[in-house]
Design a protein around this ligand. Structure first.
Ligand code: 5GP
Length: 116
């Protein structure tokens, strides 16, 4: 069940500050507080979904396409399409998912060898 008090829900409600990158009525992108690479952006849909499984089960096709297109657009704006980048999502316990609001990590800006 979705926890309305998870950190990203609080960030979406502007109860906790963050460094925003992009926001509209469907999605929010912001910098990770503990970046693992020169560029480490978190992409979240504005839906009450806990993880990838929850998102892909509940989001309609239009939303799924919109979310991933926007990730590509943000990657492009940061110059990552040429240099390369990594998308990561941790789903559940064995993946050590820390925040139970579905998010995708966008990592890049440097060679990612040795970076998970
Ligand atoms: P997960 O392990 O759930 O895939 O990743 C959670 C991510 O959220 C981590 O990379 C962590 O650094 C980031 N994070 C945790 N708390 C905050 C916060 O309060 N603000 C921001 N911007 N990122 C956070």
């Amino acid at each position: 069940m979705y926890d309305e008090n998870n950190i990203f829900a609080k960030i979406l409600r502007k109860e906790i500050p963050c460094k925003p990158i992009y926001e509209d009525d469907k999605v929010f992108f912001f910098n990770d507080i503990n970046p693992q690479a020169k560029i480490h952006i978190l992409a979240i849909p504005k839906m009450s979904v806990t993880d990838y499984n929850d998102f892909i089960s509940k989001a309609d096709n239009e939303m799924i396409k919109y979310f991933f297109d926007k990730i590509n657009e943000i990657a492009k704006k940061h110059g990552l399409l040429d240099s390369g980048f990594r998308l990561v999502t941790n789903n559940g316990r064995d993946a050590n998912q820390e925040v139970p609001h579905f998010h995708i990590h966008i990592l890049g800006g440097e060679n990612l060898k040795g970076i998970k």
